[in-house]
Design a protein around this ligand. Structure first.
Ligand code: GAR
Length: 222
């Protein structure tokens, strides 16, 4: 099997990164994690990646000041040097320009801690509590120039409970993030996701459990 060389871009603790690394330990998983790249030298995830035997790199955005283009060219150079085929943003807290996004059409995924298109941007759990929604969750989508938009690959719901705190809700969502990100990367890396009219269509049969998370799924007739 030709496993897709995948880079994970992080800025922080990297728990989604760890979930992807764990999934890719299985030789049958269609992606291999070839690189973990951080824009912050102090990101805790870097050490976790190195301990897992994954190549790591740092492109410190602060070194580029306001020159976003130079920062992104440096990112792209590292990705090219590692012969990366797919990119997963996992808590990567930089806004990307249209130029960078255009380098990775339908090859760059992001995870967002909300049921998109609701609650784009930051502080999603606090805003969900303030809005009084009964359901919240997480979404994996292809990256397009507009922030937290783009065709949805997988989405998972969690209930919002009456006495929830921001932390309790965040933890419930994070547990689901760790399930849907490996699932979404598996589908993309195995070539089963096609974008049609701005929506993901997923080919082939799916485990019933996975079907819960896949809005674009075409179910195999029984
Ligand atoms: C995750 O909850 C992820 O969904 C979120 O940051 C967290 C990173 O945690 N991403 C965003 O908010 C992107 N807009 P992690 O470093 O433990 O994976």
């Amino acid at each position: 099997m030709n496993r897709k060389r995948t880079a994970i871009l992080i800025s922080g603790r990297g728990s989604n990164m760890t979930a992807l690394i764990e999934a890719a330990r299985d030789a049958r998983y269609p992606a291999e994690i070839a690189l973990v790249l951080s824009n912050r030298p102090d990101a805790a995830g870097l050490q976790r990646a190195a301990e897992a035997g994954i190549a790591t790199a740092i492109v410190d955005h602060k070194a580029y000041g306001k020159d976003r283009a130079a920062f992104e060219h440096a990112l792209q150079e590292v990705l090219t040097a590692h012969r990366i085929e797919l990119v997963c943003l996992a808590g990567f807290m930089r806004i990307l320009t249209a130029w960078f996004v255009a380098q990775w059409p339908e090859r760059m995924l992001n995870i967002h801690p909300a049921l998109l298109p609701a609650f784009k941007g930051l502080d999603t759990h606090r805003r969900a509590l303030e809005a009084g929604v009964r359901e919240h969750g997480a979404t994996v989508h292809f990256v397009v120039p507009e922030m937290d938009s783009g065709p949805i690959i997988a989405r998972a719901r969690v209930p919002v409970l009456p006495d929830d705190t921001e932390d309790a809700l965040a933890a419930r969502v994070l547990a689901m993030e760790h399930r849907i990100y490996p699932l979404a990367l598996k589908l993309v890396a195995s070539g089963r996701v096609r974008v049609s009219d701005g929506r993901c269509v997923i080919a082939g049969p799916c485990e019933d459990e996975d079907a819960l998370f896949l809005p674009g799924l075409i179910k195999k007739p029984r």
